[in-house]
Design a protein around this ligand. Structure first.
Ligand code: GDP
Length: 297
């Protein structure tokens, strides 16, 4: 992830950082290369334009160009602009501030990693925050989905809602919340059905589940490898059902990074967590400043 982008950024910005003097033309030339590198990495065009303009605006001016180490000053401006694009400094934590049982609604397209991520979040909350977690699959579309989540729950050593054949997703959601209330669970993770593409039936189903459970978090799971499609998916989900956070999976792959850099500006939703493998502990908080550091090398 970010490899090619990082090669180019660290080349161009690293060179600037070493130089003792800089002109406005030097900055413009560097930004031309940065612009190309970002477009190649599949960053959305408005995000690229905004980034380049911001860096140019902040860089040209006596304080920066005539400072003792202008190259380093520009490198710092680029670093800050990267952090902005990635969503601002600091990880955005999961919001569990509601009366228990706190519902977390997991949404996304089929194959994005939604079910695996539900298991990962369950494991994390159970082990790191000592929460009593109930996992429930509301996926009545794929026959194996409910079993898959049950097996993940066993691996994570958390409870899963017993499977009852013939219930609708909304009925399962209500049963999950009732069970959690009765049995004193802190968190209920509701894994909804995915589809191959976004359709009105999917959004309707999610809206109905949302309206009976009132989730504290609606987490959209997207695959980093799908680039701008991940961003478009997030935009559509956010408009249709409201998304409080994004989990970006397959950060362990060779995705070019455009989705991570475009997500916040295009959708408004913060990336809260990232997945970096198939194992249940391969889940990390998303720290924009660390990612910016990785990109700048
Ligand atoms: P769902 O259809 O959205 O529920 O997707 P699944 O959770 O079933 O995941 C689809 C496949 O992606 C499975 O083989 C997962 O093991 C794999 N997967 C999920 N998250 C990640 C990740 O962060 N990295 C990698 N490499 N594979 C992942």
């Amino acid at each position: 992830m970010f490899e090619s982008l990082s090669d180019k950024f660290s080349g161009v910005i690293g060179d600037l950082g070493k130089r003792g003097t800089l002109t406005e033309a030097d900055v413009a030339e560097a930004m031309r290369e940065v612009r190309l590198a970002m477009l190649e990495a599949d960053v959305a065009l408005p995000v690229v334009k905004d980034f380049v303009n911001k860096v140019k605006e902040r860089s040209v001016g006596a304080e920066v160009l005539e400072s003792i180490s202008p190259g380093q000053a520009v490198a710092k401006i680029v670093n800050d602009a990267l952090i902005d694009a990635l969503g601002g400094a600091g990880a955005v934590p999961l919001n569990l501030n509601a009366a228990p049982p706190v519902p977390i609604l997991m949404v996304g397209l089929q194959g994005s990693g939604k079910t695996t991520t539900s298991g990962k979040i369950a494991l994390r909350l159970a082990t790191r925050e000592r929460k009593k977690v109930l996992l429930a699959s509301l996926d009545t579309q794929r026959p194996a989905a409910q079993l898959q989540l049950q097996q993940l729950a066993e691996r994570a050593k958390v409870a899963s809602l017993p499977i009852v054949a013939g219930q609708t997703p909304v009925e399962i959601a209500s049963r999950a919340m009732d069970t959690a209330r009765r049995e004193g669970y802190d968190v209920v993770i509701l894994d909804t059905a995915g589809r191959l593409s976004i359709d009105e039936a999917l959004m309707d189903e999610v809206r109905q589940i949302r309206d009976v459970t009132h989730p504290a978090e609606t987490l959209l799971v997207v695959d980093a490898m799908t680039g701008q499609d991940a961003v478009n998916t997030a935009k559509l989900f956010n408009e249709a059902v409201g998304v409080s956070g994004v989990v970006m999976t397959r950060m362990d792959g060779d995705a070019r990074g455009g989705a991570a850099l475009s997500m916040r500006a295009i959708t408004g939703a913060p990336i809260k967590l990232t997945g970096s493998g198939e194992k249940l502990d391969a889940l990390e908080e998303f720290h924009p400043e660390r990612v910016a550091g990785r990109i700048l090398g």
